[in-house]
Design a protein. Structure first.
Length: 200
């Protein structure tokens, strides 16, 4: 089983609001990303919250996610303002008690151009020893697949905004999975980027 892990705790300072709450075509990015993980075959899905956690929880529940029986849960990274590494550590820690979970598919909330097709491709056939990363024309990106055997190593090396970068760099087990034909890896950091994406 591949669990979905959505990192959605940032304050979105350049956006002016947490990106999890930003709407694209009327849908909050947090909702859009959870649906992509589910449609890509990941479950359960855990959303790592931080800035305005209650508001993000509310928009998920309004969409029928994060309620009883929805297979979507949330955990708060109290130290979310330290960077992505804190959210990744908190998220992986929350998955260790889930029986039958052999891997975690880590997705970022500000990548609305990465949908179920890329998620499914990276997660396909994953096991405890799997270590994969989506690539776009050969350039490493997201999502990232972390087999359970790698969780402690990733958590131990995740600091600041680097996330799993140092663990993945040069790791002999890492597989790059080309996704440039099914997804667009551009993140949405500013209102101008959001407007361009909405127009496209």
């Amino acid at each position: 089983m591949v669990a979905g892990l959505l990192l959605a705790g940032g304050a979105g300072r350049r956006m002016g609001t947490p990106k999890a709450l930003v709407r694209l075509h009327g849908e909050p990015l947090a909702v859009r990303a959870v649906k992509a993980l589910q449609a890509g075959g990941c479950g359960p899905v855990t959303v790592v919250l931080g800035a305005r956690a209650d508001d993000v929880t509310d928009v998920l529940r309004a969409a029928g996610l994060g309620t009883a029986g929805s297979d979507v849960g949330g955990v708060v990274a109290e130290d979310w303002d330290e960077g992505m590494g804190a959210s990744l550590r908190r998220g992986l820690g929350s998955l260790t008690h889930l029986p039958g979970t052999g891997a975690a598919l880590v997705h970022l909330v500000d990548l609305p151009g990465v949908g179920p097709e890329a998620i499914r491709r990276v997660a396909d056939g994953a096991g405890h020893s799997s270590l994969r990363r989506a690539a776009y024309d050969g350039v490493p990106g997201h999502p990232v697949l972390l087999g359970r055997d790698h969780w402690s190593g990733v958590a131990g090396s995740s600091t600041g905004d680097a996330g799993a970068r140092s663990y993945l760099a040069g790791h002999p087990a890492l597989e790059l999975v080309e996704c440039g034909d099914v997804a667009v890896p551009d993140d949405v950091d500013t209102p101008a980027q959001l407007r361009r994406l909405a127009g496209a």
